[in-house]
Design a binder for this molecule. Structure first.
Ligand SMILES: C[S@@+](CC[C@H](N)C(=O)[O-])C[C@H]1O[C@@H](n2cnc3c(N)ncnc32)[C@H](O)[C@@H]1O
Ligand SMILES: [Zn+2]
Length: 275
């Protein structure tokens, strides 16, 4: 299936309702049972039926996504992308079919795209996917849930997840035999200086392994470096993209607004598994 898909250049999805393949004609994805999903003008497709939604607007909201894009585009996490791409180049097969699980606004997704591969991103937040698809036209984006992915079994040779929920069973299902899963999770020191401004006793991240039982751990790396911010906007964007943003008091936000320089640690754990 993988090679056919690459040849046609068409994205390959399965129907979230009946699990039959979807084909794209005149900007409509349709399965044999006539379930239809329109391609949005930005190019993405919404494959999250209402009955799969647990809230009206699931996932990250527009403010978080805008802050994340502004922060990421300044390159503060580029060392992470470089480390991810190094593993990709070392282990992924040529003409890989790649999946970014919980892709957000597509920062990591699009940096995996090259002339020979196909790259998909799925996120449950429609606003986020819209922003991703608008900018990165060479990747295939869809709104969907990681707990029931709109893909057929063994479709991907490379799946990755950056700071998003890891659903081992589904990731395992969509991975081809001997395919790879790369997870990026926070290391113990990640953003500790920022957290210390918010919590009296900021806790280190728990680095203990997410149990991936059905795959083999091939490689584990830690990437740690110091980031220095010379304006408050970058720090406020960083805060806005974290889950502890809503815990920050007005006083802390004011304090951050007045900062002229601030340093904190980026600390990532990369784990590469093989099916
Ligand atoms: C911390 S963000 C990371 C986004 C992106 N990977 C990045 O690092 O820039 C987590 C993302 O996971 C998405 N997400 C959370 N639960 C999800 C689910 N069940 N299915 C799909 N996406 C989900 C959120 O909407 C959000 O965009
Ligand atoms: Zn269907």
């Amino acid at each position: 299936m993988t090679n056919t898909t690459l040849k046609t250049g068409q994205p390959y999805y399965r129907c979230p309702l009946c699990k039959q393949p979807l084909s794209l004609n005149d900007k409509v994805y349709r399965c044999d049972n006539n379930h239809c999903f329109d391609q949005a003008k930005q190019g993405y497709v919404n494959l999250l039926p209402v009955q799969f939604k647990h809230s009206k607007e699931p996932g990250d909201n527009k403010a978080m996504v805008t802050a994340r894009r502004a922060f990421l585009e300044k390159g503060f996490y580029q060392p992470l992308v470089n480390a991810m791409l190094k593993l990709y180049q070392q282990y992924a097969p040529a003409s890989a079919v790649v999946f970014d699980a919980g892709c957000g606004e597509g920062f990591y997704t699009h940096q995996h795209k090259n002339d020979d591969n196909q790259v998909y991103g799925v996120d449950i937040s429609k606003e986020t996917v819209k922003i991703a698809a608008q900018k990165y036209k060479t990747c295939f984006f869809s709104v969907g849930t990681l707990s029931e992915l709109p893909f057929q079994d063994e479709q991907f040779s490379w799946v990755f997840s950056v700071y998003a929920p890891i659903l081992e069973q589904e990731f395992n299902r969509v991975l081809a035999k001997e395919g790879y899963l790369l997870t990026v999770t926070p290391g113990a020191e990640h953003l500790l200086a920022l957290k210390s401004l918010i919590y009296q006793q900021a806790k280190h991240h728990d680095e203990s392994k997410q149990v991936i039982q059905e795959m083999t751990l091939v490689k584990e790396e830690q990437l740690t470096y110091e980031m220095t911010f010379n304006n408050s906007e970058d720090v406020l964007n960083l805060l806005a993209m974290t889950p502890f943003a809503f815990k920050a008091s007005k006083e802390v936000v004011e304090q951050l607004t007045k900062l002229t320089t601030f340093s904190c640690q980026a600390d990532f754990i990369l784990r590469l598994y093989q099916k």
